[in-house]
Design a protein around this ligand. Structure first.
Ligand code: PLZ
Length: 453
């Protein structure tokens, strides 16, 4: 597979965006400040902002603001634009679809692109068994549907999620999500029959092996829930919002084996880890697991809203006709975008590229860690890598340092995101279309930020 240099679009068919970090004003510049003032008056306060800019274009590895600043993108809109913003294949496919038809509602009058996305997902997800897919709009909506389907299939109600989990902001998915502030506080009551088990968190669980951590979780589940009541366990193969936590090897296979033995549906939430992000189509592959059901979203459609539930045919087909759907679910614009994005991952060598990005990220961040004991951990896979910042004396999480570092990076034109239960993790998840030069420059800014912070 050859790695093609994708033209960096994002300029509505105009010349490709220069792939450079360029600061022409302070961030935010005057035009961005104008937008932020309007936002404060018009948009609900609960809708936050990571970097205070007014975006006018994005492509390759940069985001350009209304003041002419060009910012290195190490966030991909939270792991969405794996194929890059305004990827040419996506632009072409969506433009043609816009001119053909925009909406019929698949459950009213179906169309080919939805079926083609389902076929692709059934083929690309781990496992050779017969599969079915259903499409939705957001990650949270797909997670809700995965749980609905698992309950229908098993005729059981309980669901187990894990410490540090993030599954969305709707009522059920808030309940599945672990972190209180900002996701849950005051937004309850939450859905019943949701239980939580301990995760494998190598930095913070005293060095339990994957098997030991799984035994701990299984014991909690057996004692507190009971397999006979349990419809599903849902887990991110690498925790995303929870801090890019990679479980110890063997943890996921042991959980899966227990689920199989107890007729519990094993749902992998690959909303953040999916679509090449970790250097494989799905992060489950790194652990050699074949989940019963996989939830995908984010990177699937080049920035258009689409999500999916893919799973064993007998599980997926258990819901009665008419039991699954949604007005916009599997919208034709999003479906053709997904087909084009999948083509780009395949034809443009983007999964290989994710591995290369991972080598650069892990190599450079580990070098920083050797010199700086405030970096307690470097972890992740492919283009999904983070540093966990700690007090070197005690190992306690240092969220203040993470916030100072992120603020420095933003002021210097590098978009990074924080995450983690303790807010002390800085994560890098660049578009897979970013150049080595931009990536390295972004990491240099982080290095300088750490020196100053
Ligand atoms: N499952 C694993 O990472 C979304 C949150 C953005 P939606 N993560 C980004 C925010 O602050 O709201 C996510 C995820 C995992 C589910 C979801 C939910 O996906 O498309 O945001 O609903």
């Amino acid at each position: 597979m050859t790695i093609v240099d994708l033209p960096a679009t994002g300029t509505a068919g105009g010349p490709a965006l220069p792939q450079e970090r360029r600061l022409v004003t302070a961030i935010p510049g005057p035009r961005s400040q104008e937008l932020l003032a309007r936002k404060a008056e018009a948009v609900a306060k609960g809708v936050g902002t990571t970097i205070p800019v007014s975006v006018v274009a994005a492509g390759g590895g940069v985001i350009v603001d209304a003041d002419g600043n060009s910012i290195i993108d190490l966030g991909s809109g939270i792991a969405v634009t794996g194929v890059g913003n305004s990827n040419p294949r996506v632009v072409e496919a969506v433009t043609a679809q816009l001119n053909a038809f925009t909406h019929t509602c698949f459950t009213v009058a179906p169309y080919e692109s939805y079926v083609a996305v389902a076929e692709q997902l059934n083929a690309l997800t781990p496992g050779d068994h017969p599969k079915r897919s259903a499409l939705f709009n957001s990650g949270a909506e797909a997670v809700e549907n995965a749980v609905k389907i698992a309950r229908h299939f098993t005729k059981r109600q309980a669901v187990v999620a894990f410490d540090h989990a993030y599954h969305g902001r709707t009522n059920l998915t808030m309940g599945l999500t672990a972190k209180n502030i900002p996701y849950k506080s005051g937004f309850g009551p939450f859905a019943p029959e949701v239980y939580r088990a301990s995760l494998s968190y190598p930095l913070r669980d005293g060095g339990l092996s994957g098997r030991e951590a799984a035994d701990r979780a299984i014991s909690q589940i057996e004692k507190q829930v009971g397999a006979e009541n349990l419809a599903a366990i849902i887990i991110e193969p690498i925790q995303g919002e929870g801090g890019f936590i990679v479980p110890a090897p063997g943890f996921l296979p042991a959980l899966l084996e227990w689920a199989r033995a107890n007729d519990v549906v094993f749902i992998a939430d690959e909303v953040q880890t999916g679509f090449g992000r970790t250097g494989a189509w799905f992060a489950s592959e790194h652990e050699g697991i074949v989940p019963d059901v996989i939830v995908t979203a984010k990177g699937i459609a080049g920035g258009l809203p689409l999500s999916a539930v893919t799973g064993r045919a007998e599980i997926m087909d258990s819901a009665m006709a008419g039991g699954l759907g949604g007005t916009y679910a599997g919208n034709p614009l999003a479906c053709v975008a997904a087909l084009a994005a999948i083509e780009s991952y395949e034809q443009d060598g983007l999964i290989e590229r994710a591995k290369e990005i991972g080598t650069i990220l892990i190599g450079r961040l580990n070098a920083l860690r050797t010199a700086d004991p405030r970096i307690g951990d470097v972890r992740g896979r492919g283009a999904m890598v983070a540093i966990e910042l700690v007090d070197p004396a005690t190992g306690a999480p240092d969220a203040a340092l993470a916030n100072r570092l992120a603020a420095y990076a933003h002021a210097e034109g590098v978009l990074v995101l924080t995450c983690g239960t303790y807010g002390n993790v800085i994560r890098c998840l660049p578009p897979l279309t970013i150049s080595d030069a931009l990536l390295v420059e972004g990491l240099e800014v982080l290095r300088e930020g750490l020196r100053r912070a």
